[in-house]
Design a binder for this molecule. Structure first.
Ligand SMILES: *Cc1c(COP(=O)(O)O)cnc(C)c1O
Length: 367
């Protein structure tokens, strides 16, 4: 059972909002809300007042259009492939235009249809992934007609090292962005500006501008390693025990006979294997919590199941078959797992797969 605490996500969103009082706050729900369920997460955040959402792709945006109320503003971070402009216009999506050609295509489609549908423009301030380089941005700004047709309502950039507060690129990206902001402000009054992801919010108010775009912190991932994680935990993963056995002889365990346990050892087989993200998200030999005690997996993780050594557990076989082994909880946290397995919390979450039975917790809303 994968339990996703929507109340915790709402409360994380409200906490981030209070940290950026001069800005508005969106929610990034790309990749199915980092694997947790974009529809459930998006609707829960809408309830507490979130009105702007970022997704990565057109397909994610079209899905979000269905589960979010019509007033929701939906930005698509991956821009537009040439030829898809009409789909964006039909669904009232705001493309984040990331290239000179993307801008030209958006302008052409709008001009052909007699429209000036809103767009967002991304500038590259040091991440070197998406976005116009500053000289391209300057050329764009000098073309008043083009700016008018493209109708940018948001100018944004993305921080590369915001989770390392002392990294010099944070200040350098902020300064570069600030120069683009100053230029754009004169050309397009009323346009808004956005730089910070989750970690960027914690860099301070100078990084907030008009709109902040948290993803990870909403889902309980630590914004940086300098401070104790202030976010509420969102995810609990409990794997049901589906078989128990006590070894009558010393025996090798699982594929490759990699591990051996002595006579008398007891093992529990749980539902959940590498097809469910267990080797990626939890490491090759995950720990679990059973009946308040730490248990260790043993042998290789299989596609659908993982085997745990439960020799030290005093529950009866019948009780075990009614029990779950928790592999992500308040003790085995996302921060702990990502540190231990040298992964990002983002990778842990997005690896979890969709075979788990899911339970969404949602009580009274705080909005
Ligand atoms: C994914 C993404 C975010 C959210 O980042 P987090 O680190 O998860 O808060 C914000 N902005 C852009 C452009 C992104 O691609």
């Amino acid at each position: 059972m994968l339990t996703i605490d929507l109340n915790a996500i709402q409360s994380n969103w409200l906490q981030l909002k209070s940290l950026a009082p001069s800005a508005q706050i969106a929610a990034v729900i790309k990749a199915n809300a980092y694997g947790l369920g974009a529809d459930q997460v998006g609707s829960a955040l809408y309830t507490v007042g979130c009105r702007e959402f970022f997704v990565a792709t057109l397909d994610e945006a079209l899905a979000a259009r269905k589960f979010l109320p019509a007033e929701a503003v939906i930005y698509v971070l991956g821009g537009i492939r040439n030829g898809m402009e009409r789909d964006f216009i039909d669904a009232k999506l705001i493309p984040v235009l990331c290239s000179v050609s993307g801008i030209k295509n958006w302008a052409k489609t709008n001009a052909d249809m007699g429209l000036t549908m809103p767009s967002a423009i991304k500038v590259n301030t040091g991440m070197t992934r998406f976005g116009l380089d500053v000289d391209e941005f300057n050329v764009f700004c000098s073309d008043k007609n083009l700016v008018k047709t493209v109708n940018p309502v948001l100018l944004m950039s993305h921080l590369a090292c915001a989770d390392e507060p002392d990294h010099s690129l944070n200040e350098s990206q902020r300064e570069t962005f600030q120069s683009c902001v100053s230029l754009m402000r004169n050309i397009k009054p009323g346009i808004r500006f956005s730089l910070a992801n989750s970690s960027g919010i914690f860099l301070g108010e100078q990084w907030h501008f008009d709109l902040v775009r948290p993803g990870a912190a909403l889902y309980g991932i630590a914004p940086n390693t300098d401070i104790a994680n202030p976010m509420k935990a969102v995810v609990n993963l409990a794997l049901p025990i589906i078989q128990v056995r006590t070894l009558s002889e010393s025996a090798s365990i699982g594929y490759g006979a990699d591990a051996v346990l002595p006579k008398g050892a007891r093992i529990a087989v749980v539902a959940g294997g590498y097809a469910d993200g267990i080797n990626h998200s939890l490491g090759r030999s995950p720990k679990g919590v059973l009946d308040g005690q730490i248990v260790q997996s043993i042998g290789r993780v299989s596609m659908d199941v993982t085997i745990f050594d439960v020799s030290g557990i005093s529950l009866s076989d019948e009780q075990l078959l009614q029990s779950n082994i928790e592999v992500i909880n308040n003790e085995l946290t996302l921060d702990y797992l990502s540190r231990k397995n040298k992964l990002l919390g983002y990778e842990v979450l997005t690896s979890l797969g969709d075979r788990y039975k899911r339970e969404y917790l949602l009580g009274v809303c705080h909005g």
